[in-house]
Ligand binder design. Structure first.
Ligand SMILES: NC(=O)CC[C@H](N)C(=O)O
Length: 491
């Protein structure tokens, strides 16, 4: 009996991740044990699973929505692009190789086996599986050997809901056009449509919905309204929306071409007293109280970009004028003197000189560190416990202890382990830990370091959970779940 439902979109960003998260939450609230699943994801925003692997961030959020522990089977294939044509291929949570896009095409058979293995494991231990497609199923050039959309749905023989974004217009053409480009058996799998991000008077839409149902002989299951201020971590696109009520601090994040884990900064962006600016990759850095160098999938190439843009000179000037510089993971590696990659794990084999603000040297190793961990953060004469995660191949060593003021993070999980440093002049600090600012106390300490006092906000994970509930409420109010239950064989 089928217990799988797949959500596909008429385009990227149509709302697939969100709808999957919403359905997971609705079903979990009814007491079902739900697994989110995305056969193949392409993203530089990843999460460390509780079983010690790496999956796309969206599946981690969907697991939070479903109230289940994260596991690598939720996203068996993750492609992390490291250049315009190549990507690191992660299978079952572990990096297996770097591959050019053309070669990956031939590799899809191996990848499909990995996808089915994971799917079958989930099938054995969950009540239902809610699957997210990738991009759109109508990319006819990618259909052969597809594992991400209809190729998967056909293989496991599951029904599909098609979601389309009305906000940008053309929603009827998108839906009818997508159906037109599918084979008959693929078309028959589509059991209904969800129209996402609707604003305005639903009465004006009704004639269109009737036309669509008559034309396609398929139901519109629901029209989800545009939910203002719904803050659920983005899959890959950088979210820039913010509501500032009383600006006290300006923070600039230089956007590297291979920026990774930018969700690190969501809690800062959502703070009503922080103006968080993502600096355009091709423009000068705006002035700020603090610059934060983010993580990077290709540190040495991004360092070249930083220099090409003369951001190194601008950062130097920012520090001369008394500004502060913080960095996470790849950005932290850039703060040191040297980044060595003799085997070319990330870029052409060789080494690059870093910015030299901290006395550290980094070497990229084959094995990736993947852990969820906890530290004590020490900064601005204060400390607090922070939770986070690490994803990196680089291992950094300090070259001269007399050149730092203190370690930034210590006491890892109560152990005598530390990470990161604060410079002697107290202007520069960095570490490997992602997610550090999800703790509101850490945000306040960071602000203290900038000589500012900010109000304390809600814990980021709690905020995510209430956003997921708001999303689930909207799904329940605007989508007819009866056909969904019927297709999943649940009541
Ligand atoms: N997430 C990151 O910033 C990773 C940094 C670097 N690419 C490494 O693997 O070590």
């Amino acid at each position: 009996m089928n217990k799988t439902l797949m959500v596909q979109g008429t385009s990227s960003d149509a709302g697939k991740s969100l709808l999957v998260a919403g359905i997971c939450r609705v079903l979990a609230r009814k007491g079902f044990k739900i697994a989110p699943f995305k056969p193949q994801n392409m993203a530089l925003n990843s999460a460390v699973t509780q079983d010690g692997g790496e999956i796309g961030r969206a599946q981690a959020i969907q697991a939070l929505a479903a109230g289940v522990k994260t596991q690598v089977d939720f996203n068996p294939i993750l492609l992390k692009p490291s250049s315009d044509t190549g990507a690191q291929v992660i299978i079952h949570g572990k990096a297996v190789s770097d591959m050019q896009a053309t070669k990956y095409h031939d590799y899809k058979k191996v990848a499909m086996n990995a996808v089915i293995e994971s799917f079958e494991r989930l099938n054995d231990s969950f009540d239902c599986i809610i699957v997210e497609g990738a991009g759109s199923p109508a990319e006819i050039n990618l259909r052969e050997g597809d594992i991400a959309n209809m190729g998967f749905a056909e293989k496991v023989d599951c029904p599909v809901v098609l979601v389309a974004d009305i906000d940008r217009g053309g929603v009827f053409a998108q839906i009818v056009g997508t159906l037109e480009l599918l084979s008959e058996s693929e078309r028959n799998r589509i059991v209904g449509f969800v129209i996402n991000k609707f604003r305005g008077d639903i009465k004006l839409l009704e004639s269109g919905l009737t036309w669509l149902e008559n034309k396609t002989n398929k139901p519109v299951l629901g029209v989800l309204p545009f939910i203002k201020g719904l803050e659920i971590a983005a899959e890959d696109a950088i979210e820039t929306q913010q509501v500032i009520t009383d600006e006290k601090v300006t923070i600039v994040i230089p956007v590297f071409p291979r920026i990774s884990n930018h969700t690190d900064f969501d809690s800062l962006r959502l703070h009503p007293q922080i103006n968080l600016i993502y600096a355009n990759p091709n423009k000068a850095l705006p002035s700020a109280d603090l610059i934060i160098l983010p993580g990077s999938k290709n540190v040495r190439a991004d360092l070249e970009h930083l220099r090409k843009m003369q951001w190194d000179k601008q950062i130097d000037k920012h520090l001369r004028y008394g500004g502060k510089l913080f960095a996470i993971c790849g950005g932290y590696q850039m703060l040191g003197h040297l980044i060595k990659d003799p085997n070319g794990y990330e870029y052409t084999p060789g080494q690059s000189h870093g910015l030299g603000y901290l006395p550290i040297e980094t070497e990229l190793k084959q094995d990736k560190v993947l852990i969820n961990t906890e530290y004590r953060l020490n900064l601005a004469g204060r400390s607090t416990q922070v939770k986070g995660y690490e994803i990196h191949c680089g291992v950094s060593q300090i070259t001269d202890e007399s050149l730092v003021k203190q370690t930034l993070l210590d006491n890892a999980n109560g152990l005598n382990k530390s990470d990161g440093f604060v410079s002697l002049d107290n202007q520069v600090a960095g570490c490997y830990l992602h997610g550090i600012f999800d703790n509101p106390e850490a945000v306040n300490i960071l602000a203290n370091w900038l000589n500012a006092d900010l109000c304390k906000t809600e814990d980021y994970v709690k905020q995510q959970l209430s956003a997921l509930d708001k999303l689930a409420d909207a799904c329940e109010a605007h989508i007819d779940f009866n056909p969904i239950y019927k297709h999943l064989n649940i009541k």
